[in-house]
Design a protein around this ligand. Structure first.
Ligand SMILES: [Zn+2]
Ligand SMILES: [Zn+2]
Length: 257
């Protein structure tokens, strides 16, 4: 059995609410919205960050992570993302103005750069150590991928930010290695217009997707809830008889799959 840890489960920051971040292995994170506080000194062990897209709540801790540990690192911090994601990270954060351009700053202990960026492509799987990542396109306001993450032959699918997308549900229905799914649910049912505009799911869209899902052997976990609307969303999700196999995530949870 494999496991991952939820470092940040929400769509925006509040007291005791961190934004999207998952610890896949001690050295591998998926998204970087909340690395520093939950990991403490173990944040120094992160060598690989895989990004789903360029929105702030998914990458906010990268500048602080490299700033805190670059003097002690012996190897570069590797960041993986779509071309659009990495271009925006360079243009708006590591641009020498908002933050130093760590892709051009050598580590003190070697000649290697502090950060190396790796471009990934939709549907093209790649491996980090012995973990495989398959990028699945999401339906969001900017180019975004979720990932089917396979460890020891079983997989968890993290959809990332997405509106209702048949591509996402096809992957869940057709990929037999998937044992668990983390699906986003940013808004309550009443906000379906905002969800469509911003590329997110409401609780009724999540319930609708699960009700049509052919796979009954999958455990569903919900993340990316807006903390201000948390109570309504959880009530709507858990009051439905169709969501018996759904767990709403919070920071610090662990998932076995
Ligand atoms: Zn987000
Ligand atoms: Zn987003």
């Amino acid at each position: 059995m494999s496991s991952i840890k939820i470092l940040g489960a929400y769509s925006t920051k509040e007291y005791n609410h961190g934004t999207s971040s998952y610890l896949i292995e001690p050295s591998i994170a998926l998204d970087a919205g909340n690395l520093m506080r939950p990991l403490g000194r173990n944040a120094a062990k992160i060598d690989h960050i895989v990004l789903t897209h360029c929105h702030m709540e998914h990458l906010a801790d990268i500048p602080f992570l490299i700033d805190a540990f670059f003097a002690k690192r012996n190897t570069p911090l590797n960041i993986y993302g779509l071309e659009h994601t990495l271009a925006n990270l360079k243009r708006h954060i590591f641009n020498g103005e908002v933050w130093p351009d760590f892709t051009k700053i050598a580590l003190l202990n070697s000649h290697a750069p502090s950060i190396i960026m790796h471009t990934i492509k939709e549907y093209k799987p790649f491996c980090i150590k012995n973990v495989s990542f398959k990028p699945i396109p999401a339906l969001h306001a900017v180019p975004t991928v979720g990932f089917v993450i396979t460890k020891r032959k079983t997989a968890i699918y993290i959809t990332s930010d997405t509106c209702y997308s048949q591509t996402v549900w096809n992957e869940i229905n057709e990929n037999g290695s998937i044992r668990a799914v983390i699906i986003e649910c940013t808004y309550p049912s009443a906000m379906s217009e905002a969800a469509k505009i911003h590329g997110h799911l409401t609780s009724s869209m999540v319930i609708d997707g699960i009700s049509k899902c052919h796979r009954k052997d999958i455990e569903f976990f919900v993340s990316h809830i807006n903390p201000k609307m948390e109570r309504t969303i959880i009530q709507e999700l858990l009051n439905s008889p169709l969501t018996a196999n759904v767990t709403v995530l919070k920071d610090g949870d662990e998932i076995n799959f």
